[in-house]
Design a binder for this molecule. Structure first.
Ligand code: DHK
Length: 152
């Protein structure tokens, strides 16, 4: 049985739908989870979708991913811009990791232009609202396909 892709969400993403809808949109995190799971099923992937407001819990999940997941899609919320611990955890996980953001962080405040996650991630997708999770899954499906054909 193939391992799931972990889709991990950081602080305040549980507030989607209520939180600054002009920036983050009207969909709730449950809506995002449903659309992510639906796209994963089309791509033949399984996802394990989680959210935490706690940096340490996200670190623990990334550590767990090393043995339990095939890849990681991560929206680290504000920890994107502050967390060396999450960056280190991603390096240690040695898994394809895709960073996502609902908003276009480069159109926003300067402090959102730097990402510790980007220093460890395979790639970054931002600015397309909840669609970023589906786009990340498509990229992940290609990466995992290439990995398995390289193994033969
Ligand atoms: C979500 C957050 O909570 C912010 O702190 C980031 C990201 C951007 C997003 O767009 O999904 O700066």
């Amino acid at each position: 049985m193939a391992k799931p892709v972990y889709v991990l969400n950081g602080p305040n993403l549980n507030m989607l739908g209520l939180r600054e809808p002009t920036i983050y949109g009207a969909e709730t995190l449950d809506d995002v989870k449903r659309r992510t799971e639906a796209r994963a099923a089309q791509l033949g992937l399984e996802v394990d979708f989680r959210q935490s407001n706690f940096e340490g819990e996200l670190v623990t999940w990334i550590q767990q991913a090393r043995t339990e997941a095939s890849g990681i899609i991560l929206n680290a919320g504000a920890y994107t811009h502050t967390s060396i611990a999450l960056m280190d955890a991603i390096h240690a996980a040695e898994l394809p990791t895709i960073e996502v953001h609902l908003s276009n962080v480069f159109r926003r405040e300067g402090f959102r232009h730097h990402s510790y996650i980007s220093l460890a991630a395979r790639g970054v997708i931002c600015g397309f609202g909840p669609k970023v999770y589906e786009l990340a899954l498509e990229a992940m499906a290609d990466i995992l396909q290439q990995q398995s054909s390289a193994k033969g």
